[in-house]
Design a protein around this ligand. Sequence first.
Ligand code: NCD
Length: 343
Amino acid sequence: LKFEGYPHVLKSQQFSRKWVEKVLFPLSDKISNLLKKKNRDKLRNLLKNKTMVSLFASESSRTRASHEIGFNLMGGKVAFTSASANISSAMGKGESFEDTVKLFDQYHCDLIVARNDSAEQMPIDSIARGIRTPIINAGDGAGKDKQHPTQALLDIYTIYKHLGKMDNLRIAVIGDLKNGRTVRSLCYLLAKWRIKHIYLVSPLKLKVSADIKSYLRRHNIKFSEHCDIRKIAPKVNVFYQTRTQTNLGSPKMSRSKTNKSKEFTIINKEVLNLCSKSKNSIIMHPLPCLEEITRNEVDKDPRSVYFESKTSVPSQLKCGLITRMAIMLLMLNPKKAKAILKS
Ligand code: NCD
């Protein structure tokens, strides 16, 4: 059940298509069912006596909450949580992120969930090499390899649930392709399927980095770069919009202003109208969403799945809780995970 023998969740490359389709997706479906009120009691013993340390050295709502609440729902205990570890843990005194993660390795916790946006601190996958406690990279901000692997896993689960497949899709990844860690993790993961085409749509200042392009080339995924979403909108199945990553070094700029020039990277009514309703398409966003989606025009559209789903299939937001619960269960109690899969 383990993903390619790794004890940790660090980057998209570590997962195989087979593991995702045969283990993660079906287990997530089961968890989704167990989350229904009448079944929720069955979750309570899955992580009994397990403890988690939740170490977020930078802003987060969804990622932190879905790990912590998901862990609690399965009967585990969040033993230490630091909303802003850079201030409220000894990191505020200047202790390194590496030492902070490492100390919990000696305190017998079962899982460390860690996020860090600072480029000065050691990347999470380097820190993980030296520790035995399983660690989840909940968003690394250091260096050009920054990733957010659980986001990519929940993203493809969302695509799969809403469109029923991954192969042959045309996917537009939009916005801050330069500094978005969700973008990198998603592109790396998508390359494991036979994606028909990836459209990389960004303002000129935020173009996709070279490593993502060479990765896609190596995996024979067709892609093209654009700065006007309207040009390709009629062909797209998945619109994956992203925010400008000002916290990761991107310049503050108004996207709505750039819409007047050759750059057009906002999703609004005009874009929705270009994309045929009969075609299978969805609008996604890892959130938080600022000005890059005109919410009063797009939220109510049946194709928008980021915040609320208009069908019985869970929203992208909810898929985050579901898949992260599945991942944590696989990491900490694979026996129970197996039993649930067979049930
Ligand atoms: C993303 C992140 O932190 O990288 N947020 C998240 O985890 N849902 C995307 C973002 O902040 O724009």
